[in-house]
Design a binder for this molecule. Structure first.
Ligand code: MN
Length: 351
């Protein structure tokens, strides 16, 4: 049970004159209650924390969230349960199923979108959370060390991806952060090209983007390597991405908002002349979810406060040719220094 989190949610309810908060995002549910499940709902009101769920989770809840009250979904639907107790509630619109939302509205319950209330709480990490992300990141670093020794021309992307994954599991990872990306040759110009049976050839630029979860906390790293000798153009693009990434890390303690840091990173790529080939956000929050709040884009106004863990990941993608991305996991500490949680070299490696 996260007493501070629950207290903040209850304060929000009081301030907004709402009777309950329906938490549907699994990460938010775990953060507040300790319950790690799915297909369930957590309802926080002024006095109680309910978990609306089915019998699969009853025993688990006794262990993980003993201070909560279980509501058996077989006895009452979510909408009936809510209608019996509340006239107005906060919801998380980005995680509430449309069918459940419709049932709630049909019962005459008024809803208020509160998508960011728990996410903005969750983005501020405790020392213990930072330590867990750091351990997840250490697994990813060790895997990168190994994979640059392992991968050879003639292997398929999938062979490399499977080696990344099995190495991470041997090092104690709980699960993958996401499907491992190994994108070689022209495929490296696809920012999220999951591994295929394509054979890795001499001269290929290869993007490796992967991450491992440790005790429910995620890491995320990207490196781009070259098979054989890098051409002058590949070197030029690589240096432009590397510089933008380093500027992102360097300026993180000096800017006010995540939008400002996005502008710094994007500005660096623009200065290199490749601005129109950088077509995604320059980073994202990291914690109980891999692509967590906040997404670092120009329009984001969240203050870049100490102990928010996030990624910095600029890229340049030349369609049909090649792409380069470099990504590290960082935060700003209370002394105003940028701290890296991933430590792999960002120098260009020719294999
Ligand atoms: Mn990422």
């Amino acid at each position: 049970m996260n007493q501070t989190g629950i207290k903040t949610v209850r304060q929000y309810l009081t301030d907004q004159n709402l009777q309950a908060f329906l938490i549907s995002d699994n990460a938010d549910q775990f953060y507040l209650s300790g319950f790690l499940g799915d297909e369930s709902y957590v309802v926080v009101d002024a006095d109680n924390i309910f978990i609306v769920t089915d019998a699969r989770f009853f025993e688990q809840i006794k262990q993980q969230a003993p201070d909560t009250t279980v509501v058996d979904i077989k006895e009452t639907s979510l909408a009936d349960f809510l209608a019996a107790h509340y006239q107005n509630i906060a919801i998380e619109s980005d995680y509430l199923l449309t069918k459940d939302y419709q049932s709630i509205v049909e019962k005459g319950i008024k809803t208020t979108n509160a998508d960011l209330v728990v996410k903005q709480l969750r983005m501020h990490k405790t020392d213990q959370e930072i330590d867990l992300i750091s351990q997840a990141a250490e697994i990813s670093d060790k895997v990168y060390d190994h994979i640059v020794q392992f991968m050879k021309v003639g292997m398929t992307e999938l062979e490399v991806a499977h080696e990344i994954e099995s190495t991470g599991f041997k090092l104690g990872a709980q699960k993958l952060s996401f499907d491992t990306i190994v994108a070689s040759g022209a495929r490296s110009a696809q920012p999220h090209g999951s591994a295929t049976d394509k054979i890795i050839e001499d001269g290929d630029v290869v993007t490796l983007d992967f991450g491992f979860v440790y005790q429910n906390y995620y890491s995320d790293i990207t490196r781009t390597v070259v098979m054989g000798k890098a051409s002058d153009e590949v070197k030029k693009v690589y240096q432009a991405v590397k510089k933008a990434e380093e500027w992102g890390i360097k300026f993180a303690p000096l800017v006010e908002t995540f939008g400002d840091l996005d502008r710094v990173i994007r500005g660096s790529i623009d200065d290199s002349g490749y601005g129109k080939y950088f077509n995604h956000g320059s980073g994202h929050g990291l914690g109980l979810v891999c692509h967590d709040y906040p997404i670092m884009r120009r329009s984001n106004n969240d203050q870049l406060e100490p102990k928010i863990v996030f990624t910095v990941e600029p890229g340049i993608y030349l369609p049909g040719r090649f792409g380069v991305r470099i990504e590290d996991d960082i935060y700003k500490n209370e002394q105003g220094e940028s701290i890296r949680l991933t430590h792999s070299t960002n120098e260009l490696i020719e294999i």
